[in-house]
Design a protein around this ligand. Structure first.
Ligand SMILES: Cc1ncc(COP(=O)(O)O)c(C=O)c1O
Length: 380
């Protein structure tokens, strides 16, 4: 828990709480131990190579959304590299086949087109993403539901017989977002019920991500029972590839108050921005937790917390604090590891936050600080 901040700490900074990550990994270890399933880190949610040594002690590898993530998984995570994208290019796949030994295609068309290329490389396990038609994404409504109408993700039921099943090793479904055990077990049972004929033709089923195993009220025992029952019925390997569920509540974004503006409300302008550093706050949208703060009006001093960009909507939320905020005060946002720094940007020339780790012995380690070069470098 980030109770005391290091003196002179630079902000903004994303801070991984190593003790909390270790506790989350315990859950992963339990699921693996009790079910014999494989578990991968979805690096789209969390790509912090400095944390990978700890994660690879428990997990079986990583899963990527394309070439660059897959390369990072190979070079920095090690172990198995899985990759899925809605569409691949020949050049991308040629590179991928050098180190990603589990490649998932989105449709029978993509799979048939690229099978000759994939078969040139030895030992590749071929997967097909199926759209299971199971809408249970808890977060964000249709925006985060891979099975929403007209979704581009996965082969619809009606096209499954077009696939060359003798060439397919893994059936993949990803349908969840921040699901409780009800969604996770529901998906597993749904696949068993609706897609059993196809499951019987493969060696493994990958139930994707979105299993929010480290956030109450997720019942881990129920997921374990669900996986065991599926494996007992179909005698296949089971793979899970969560991102958010492995790092939920395992870190912070620490910001400083730059100014207090008054316009019908007290507005604290921060050096952290919703637009640049926590885009899901605007996209989902949601209001992130702030340490030692509550909903507006609960404590005596209520503020709108906002970023320092030109975008009017760069507002993080409204919170109340027991003491008034002053310039230089630190504001600590919680649950800031998933889908934050992997998505950040330098809009308005905003500096990128430091990446740091609060280590288990309480020491604070800055992994990387960024500067003008990072902003200028990507502009050509
Ligand atoms: C195919 C696939 N696998 C895994 C994940 C990870 O999901 P989460 O971070 O919600 O666990 C995603 C997220 O979009 C995904 O699209």
């Amino acid at each position: 828990m980030l109770t005391t901040l290091p003196a002179g700490m630079h902000t903004p900074a994303y801070v991984l709480d190593e003790a909390k990550l270790a506790a989350n990994l315990e859950t992963a270890a339990r699921i693996k131990r009790e079910t014999g399933c494989k578990m991968l880190l979805a690096t789209k949610a969390f790509s912090l190579p400095a944390a990978f040594p700890m994660m690879r002690e428990v997990l079986d590898g990583s899963t990527a959304s394309g070439l660059y993530e897959a390369r990072m998984g190979h070079e920095d995570f090690g172990k198995e590299v899985h990759v899925y994208a809605p569409a691949f290019t020949p050049a991308e796949l040629t590179e991928l086949t050098k180190f990603a030994k589990h490649i998932y295609f989105n449709s029978p068309r993509q799979l048939k087109r690229f099978l000759p290329l994939v078969r040139k490389a030895p030992g590749i396990h071929v997967g097909l993403r199926v759209n299971p038609g199971y809408s249970m994404a808890t977060l964000g409504g249709p925006l985060y539901d891979p099975c929403a109408p007209n979704s581009r993700f996965g082969t619809p039921r009606a096209e499954l017989d077009d696939a060359p099943w003798d060439e397919i090793d893994i059936l993949h479904v990803h349908a969840l977002c921040e699901a409780t055990d009800v969604g996770s077990v529901g998906l597993i049972e749904h696949v068993g019920r609706e897609l059993g004929d196809y499951v019987r033709r493969v060696k493994a089923v990958n139930f994707g991500g979105g299993h929010f195993v480290n956030r109450a009220p997720f019942d881990v025992a129920a997921l374990i029972d669900g996986i065991k029952a599926f494996k007992a019925k179909f005698n296949v390997e089971v793979i899970l590839e969560p991102g958010a569920g492995l790092v939920v509540d395992a870190g912070y974004l620490v910001a400083s108050v730059l100014d207090i503006h008054r316009n019908g409300a007290e507005i604290a302008i921060l050096d952290a921005s919703a637009s640049c550093h926590m885009p899901d706050v605007l996209e989902v949208p949601y209001t992130p937790p702030v340490l030692n703060a509550a909903k507006p009006g609960v404590h005596a001093h209520t503020y709108i917390l906002a970023g320092n960009t030109c975008m009017t909507g760069d507002v993080i939320g409204e919170y109340s604090f027991a003491s008034p905020l002053s310039i230089g005060d630190r504001v600590i946002f919680g649950d800031m590891m998933q889908y934050t720094f992997v998505k950040n940007n330098t809009f308005n020339g905003q500096p990128l936050p430091d990446l740091a780790i609060l280590q288990r012995d309480g020491t604070y380690r800055v992994i990387k600080s960024f500067g003008y070069g990072d902003f200028r470098g990507k502009l050509g």
